[in-house]
Design a protein around this ligand. Sequence first.
Ligand code: DAH
Length: 342
Amino acid sequence: MYSELTLLRAEIERDIALITDEDSLEQFKLKYLVKKGAIQGFIERLRDVPKEHKPSVGKEINALRSLAENFYDERKTSYDERRKAHVELIDVSLPGRRCTPLGSIHPIQQTLDRCITIFERMGFSVAEGPDVENDYYNFGALNFAPDHPARDMQDTFFVRSEKADDILLRTHTSSVQIRVMKSQKPPIRSIMPGRVYRNETVSARSLAEFHQLEGLYIDRNVTFAELKGTIISFAKEMYGGNSKFRFRPSYFPFTEPSAEVDISCYLCNGKGCRICKYSGWLEICGCGMVHPNVLKNCDIDPEEFSGYAFGFGIERVTLLRTGIDDIRLLYENDVRLLNQFR
Ligand code: DAH
């Protein structure tokens, strides 16, 4: 019996080493610790052990039972605790996890996107040109006389270059008109959004770097009435259907006739207030019929084709749309401001 008990101890120890999970632990219990288990079998056979050996054999059987029981209890407690801890990790009463805060589209980009959507619906496609231009595209081809004051150093940022002395940052998106007319044949119906640069003092009303959106339509028999219709339809969608409009005669070298468009002030409905400087009107864009010289510069025959063009500042539209009263706020990127226009 002694040798059997020695074998049993070895077997218990080997089985203990093999236990890796709750299933194998339960198998261990069934093998050694239940009524019909291996240890109970030895206890029953104790009856037949000669009297003088009973104490020592009994002692060994007890030791083996304690070994198996203690191991089982300890490992069971540890598995139970592990399971409990895992369950406690998922506290279903907690509020859901906050997502990473999302950014939002900047008010200037929102304005651009809205303008583009409205004009695309009218059949205009989007064209782009470079920010760094030369005198020809920005002024010359647009019929600016060589001594036009807009070429003055005070308005234009010139770029120092060894190769040419007429490189500049475009002062308006009208330069893209020339690029579009030189690369496409009429009919042309394009809008040209983009950044422009002017050597101006930064204030609540003006910046040295801002955005414009240019429009150009060239085809046979295009009339001023179509220009008016396009601008009024756009502005009604952008600013609301009840606005009134007026076209004032104006001058731009690249259009003839030229006009500036005013919309009745959205704040006071034309009665006069601080925003419209008590005039009842807000200027929204410059426009006109494309000058024959400009068409000729782009190899388009002014006898056959005519067209209109318009251009306006995106920041200004953004101020009117949002009620923000200082243009510089649009470039400070203060989230307290941006969050109001998500
Ligand atoms: N380029 C002009 C400016 O920057 C705006 C403008 C006026 C664009 C009349 C045009 C136009 O296309 O026809 O002030």
